[in-house]
Design a protein around this ligand. Structure first.
Ligand code: SF4
Length: 737
């Protein structure tokens, strides 16, 4: 599935310009790209800059490989761009083009009015892992520092916040401990809640190659679907949705019973083991297999693989994080590593695979509503004081309460508590749960700013002010990938029309609001220089990095403290010293609570969603690329033959998926890839790209109590075969090609 494109380019010659090095702006694998101008005899053609992209063989994360998204990225850059600021007073009016001066004046007037009447709580900003770190950092300084509003959240809330809270609670700090070299050094890969082959293709390519070449290396995949990832596994455990913790406690039970616990590691480097052990005692294999819906022999085989391996590497993504018990699931994975001492060594450890290209950079810059830059927390008085001092504000400037998560922002709009809602580089009118409720809330917003590269998107229909943003290729800055590796992404062309860099927009608003001395930046390089200083002595210390060093030395992992500290360490916790106050990792004792909305008599099926190989999230880019459109032309619903027979559904019949909140309609694919009782649809189709195929119209917003990450992966639904009129069937057949 992951048909990677291996770089075959010749080395630069004196007549060829040096390639521009950058990072793919899609997923958190963070593959290195090289961009080169297409040679032409036509000087004027060269002046309009035509480019081609290829994998960067020198990039340590991807070694020259790219998937179809990275290989086609240039095809989306000049399509449907938002070129000018546009303003309207009401959502039912057309936009009118305005100058930047008028747009910025509208923002500052609205912010000042909100501050005077309601205070900082009326200001909300929702950003994105598509931001560069420099964008994130400038937004934090403006929002949490200058405006005293902690209501900045990012789409990482939908993606990785359970991994963040799991790492923090178990290991004392955020930050995946592993590196991609571990993919080639493990002898047992345990993949749970991740369709790596489709969603993180180059990580999967590296792992799959190692797996194929070494018969002793085992791969276990835990997923309710038989995905391309599961197809490659030695053992596929198609557990019932919501039984992940049962499974991991069941594996722990067997490891303890068989004597595979690393007692020395547990004694010297962990705490809370007894509480964990007493919970695990309730998970004997027969009961666990029954609850998970798998064979006991398969459960025991998974535990046997784990027990006999010297180096277990576990990987997960949204299937674990997007859960009402997401933090507990992450901590249950980490428990297994602590139980067996499999952390901080080559080929072993818990490794979250990040969704967005710079969600990691967002975490480093404090880009969630409970965070501050440098892996600091708003609830921590010392952390607030450090940031206030660094930014030159008086003590008490930063509000002590964490801000609203994005879902709380929606609730705030419902209650008319939010006066200004600023959305940037994300498309929440596709990606948030309970979409009809979100749409109704946005209609009540007094003033919504939407800052994006593209127009239209599903979200632009709900905005009062549109701000054109420069995107990848048009702005310089840094991104951090899943292995904590920071890549400098150089601009190689100008933004179209009047589009501006995100950080520059935030800085200009700050200056116009009277904070000119806080935003002296003339370039992203200057923003980065300030940002790395705020990471000093923090777990994500990057004081040894600069744009210049990244340009010279190439991508670097953190921690990276000094010019002499080269290369930086590849893994965290190699000394078995954790970031907790005691220096010990913390076991967690969790019983499984299952799904927030389990199936019942009225809604008897579980609806689960996921991503496809070619598309990226809400299709803002990939929907505009013909090759990818041809690869995945329309949405669909996977249903098991047993359920299809019971409901009299045949291949390609249309089915309505209906929950307590909303519905969506899909043509059926009858397949044994999905377990009986569960149906699956991809999440990529918003209202711009298909009729009534929005999976998040169906999903609920129930979230993990610790990470506040919504359970976007499962809800209870009815399945209703549709007897469509002949006209509608004909229209849909045309739409399906
Ligand atoms: S694997 Fe991810 S980062 Fe790499 S080319 Fe594909 S989309 Fe881009």
């Amino acid at each position: 599935m992951a048909d990677s494109v291996q770089s075959t380019h010749p080395p630069a010659t004196p007549t060829q310009p040096a390639p521009i090095k950058t990072q793919c702006p899609y997923c958190g694998v963070g593959c290195g790209l090289e961009v080169v101008p297409i040679q032409s005899d036509n000087a004027s053609a060269q002046a309009t800059a035509h480019w081609k992209v290829r994998g960067d063989r020198a990039h340590p994360s991807s070694l020259g490989m790219v998937c179809v998204k990275g290989a086609t990225i240039l095809e989306s850059i000049d399509k449907d761009r938002l070129l000018y600021p546009m303003l309207r007073d009401r959502l039912d009016e057309p936009f009118r083009q305005v100058s930047w001066d008028e747009a910025l004046e509208a923002i500052t007037v609205r912010i000042q009015a909100a501050l005077e009447t309601e205070g900082p709580d009326a200001l909300c900003m929702y950003g994105s892992g598509q931001f560069l770190t420099e964008d994130y950092y400038t937004a934090q300084k403006l929002w949490k520092g200058c405006l005293q509003s902690n209501h900045f959240d990012a789409n990482s809330r939908l993606c990785m916040s359970s991994a963040v809270s799991g790492y923090v609670q178990s290991l004392g700090a955020d930050g995946p401990p592993c590196c991609y070299e571990d993919l080639e050094q493990t002898d047992c890969a345990f993949l749970i809640g991740t369709n790596t082959a489709e969603c993180h293709p180059i990580v999967f390519n590296r792992l799959r190659k190692h797996h194929k070449q070494n018969a002793a290396v085992k791969m276990v995949v835990v997923d309710p679907r038989r995905t391309p990832t599961a197809e490659a596994a030695d053992l596929h455990l198609p557990i019932r949705p919501g039984t992940d913790i049962d499974l991991m406690n069941g594996i722990a039970y067997l490891l303890l019973e068989w004597g595979y616990a690393d007692q020395r590691f547990i004694q010297d480097h962990t705490e809370q083991f007894e509480a964990f052990q007493s919970v695990v005692a309730h998970y004997p294999p027969a009961a666990v297999a029954e609850r998970c819906g798998i064979l006991q022999a398969d459960l025991e085989q998974a535990a046997r693989y784990w027990a006999e391996a010297q180096r277990v590497l576990s990987m997960w993504s949204m299937g674990v994080n997007q859960s009402s018990e997401g933090t507990a699931k992450v901590r249950s994975i980490i428990n297994l590593h602590l139980l067996t001492g499999q952390i901080g060594q080559p080929g072993a450890g818990p490794f979250s695979l990040t969704g967005q290209p710079n969600a990691m950079g967002g975490r480093e810059a404090g880009g969630l509503s409970h965070l501050l830059p440098g892996y600091r927390f708003i609830h921590n008085a010392q952390h607030r004081a450090e940031v206030e001092s660094f930014w030159g504000f008086p003590a008490g400037q930063i509000a002590p309460q964490p801000g609203r998560t994005v879902w709380d922002m929606i609730l705030g709009l419902e209650r008319c508590e939010v006066q200004l809602f600023w959305i940037a580089a994300t498309n929440p009118l596709v990606s948030l749960p309970d979409l009809e409720r979100v749409k109704a809330a946005l209609k009540r917003s007094p003033f919504t700013i939407y800052q994006d590269a593209y127009y239209p998107t599903e979200t632009s229909a709900y905005a009062h002010l549109l701000l054109p943003a420069g995107q990848w290729s048009e702005k310089t800055g840094t991104m951090t990938n899943s292995e904590r590796r920071v890549t400098l992404c150089e601009a190689f062309q100008s933004p179209p029309g009047e589009a501006r860099e995100d950080w520059a927009i935030f800085a200009e608003v700050g200056r116009r609001l009277g904070f000119a001395e806080k935003f002296p930046f003339q370039s992203a390089t200057e923003v980065h220089q300030e940002f790395v200083q705020i990471t000093r002595d923090r777990p994500c210390d990057m004081t040894g990095m600069s744009h210049q060093r990244l340009l010279q030395d190439g991508p670097l992992q953190w921690p990276c403290t000094l010019e002499s500290d080269c290369p930086p360490p590849k893994r965290l916790y190699t000394q078995r010293k954790f970031q907790t106050p005691s220096g010990r990792a913390q076991f967690a004792a969790y019983h499984s609570r299952g799904l927030a909305e389990p199936p019942d008599d009225a809604y008897p099926y579980i609806f689960t969603t996921g991503r496809l190989y070619g598309h990226w999230h809400t299709q803002t880019r990939t929907g505009r690329i013909p090759k990818i459109q041809q690869m995945h032309p329309h949405p669909f619903l996977e249903i098991h033959p047993r359920d299809a027979k019971r409901l009299n559904i045949a291949q390609d019949d249309w089915v309505e998926v209906r929950s307590r909140r909303g519905s969506a309609q899909f043509p059926a694919i009858v397949t044994e890839s999905i377990a009986p009782g569960t149906v699956f649809a991809p999440m990529h189709w918003g209202s711009l790209w298909a009729n009534q195929a929005e999976v998040n119209a169906v999903m609920h917003p129930e979230a993990c109590p610790d990470s506040k990450q919504p359970e976007l992966k499962a809800c209870a639904v009815q399945l209703i075969p549709l007897a469509l009129t002949n006209t509608v069937q004909a229209e849909r057949a045309i739409a399906l090609g």
